[in-house]
Design a binder for this molecule. Structure first.
Ligand code: HEM
Length: 261
């Protein structure tokens, strides 16, 4: 408490007082001061009339604010409440809502996938548009020669040509299947779910490469096939290459198989 402070009247609202002898501004809260004021009071030049600082100060700072004309019977809290919204112009408002919706220029954009990919696709997906499971294996990229596209294979399937390499339905024993491994001029056969197919004509059409397909030659190819691409329909793609059915060794093979040896 400063000894220089004016002694306030116990009946009046406590007045602000100078702490270091500085004069108190004329905007006193006392009713007598208000009565002496008229509306010609010039607002202080600072803060500016429409500034944010002024907006945050009690309304009694603005003589043009009608609230100061009211008697001090209002609760003190009401006197200290900020004026009705008279905010300084928001510089963003003039730029439209697009400004507030604009995506920051730093950091990854949403829904854009990984920032970059080895195939150069900006969307981070393979350029083929097909996302395939890899089964933990690195798939070989095979360039099929001209005329050996999947469409070409489909055309060949419908051509009516004999793609099985045999004249009739065969009963194939495991040993006979093993002999048809594609070597020494022999055809490549492979079994799938008990059926035997001649995979030789498909070798140059196989998207995974001839070498991969040859791994199934002379044996049951189902396991290898399902490991790599279980979504591929073997029976549809190889239907015209059907040689016959796999039978037990004791059952014996067909006569035509013996002719091929
Ligand atoms: C007659 C049986 C087979 C047929 C009809 C066949 C068919 C196909 C087809 C249609 C594709 C393309 C798949 C795609 O793009 O989604 C493909 C790819 C492939 N196949 Fe086969 N396939 C056969 C057997 C095999 C076997 C036995 C192997 C492995 C030993 C194999 C290995 C592959 C590989 C590595 C690819 C490449 C996959 C990729 O590019 O992501 N295929 N095959």
């Amino acid at each position: 408490m400063s000894p220089e402070r004016d002694t306030p009247s116990p009946q009046t609202t406590p007045k602000a007082s100078a702490i270091n002898g500085a004069p108190i501004p004329s905007f006193s809260l006392s009713s007598s001061d208000l009565a002496d004021e008229d509306n010609d009071v010039v607002a202080p030049s600072f803060p500016a009339t429409n500034s944010a600082q002024r907006a945050s100060v009690a309304p009694t700072l603005s003589p043009r604010n009608p609230s100061i004309q009211k008697p001090l019977l209002q609760p003190a809290a009401a006197q200290l409440m900020p004026p009705p919204p008279r905010l300084a112009p928001n510089p963003r408002v003039g730029q439209g809502t697009a400004a507030s919706l604009r995506v920051p220029t730093t950091g990854p954009l949403p829904n854009r996938g990984p920032p970059s990919s080895s195939n150069g696709s900006t969307l981070g997906v393979p350029s083929s548009g097909v996302v395939k499971p890899t089964n933990g294996r690195e798939r070989a990229k095979v360039n099929l020669g001209p005329g050996y596209s999947p469409l070409d294979w489909a055309t060949l399937l419908k051509s009516g040509k004999n793609l099985s390499g045999v004249t009739g339905f065969q009963r194939v024993t495991p040993s006979q299947l093993k002999a048809m491994n594609g070597r020494k001029g022999r055809p490549a056969w492979s079994s799938y779910q008990g059926k035997v197919y001649n995979i030789s004509p498909y070798l140059p059409y196989h998207p995974g490469g001839e070498g991969e397909l040859r791994r199934a030659a002379g044996k049951d190819g189902a396991k290898l096939f399902m490991e790599v691409h279980p979504w591929v329909n073997w029976e549809n793609m190889m239907g015209e290459c059907l040689v016959g059915i796999l039978v037990s060794e004791e059952s014996g093979g067909g006569a035509s198989l013996e002719d091929m040896d």
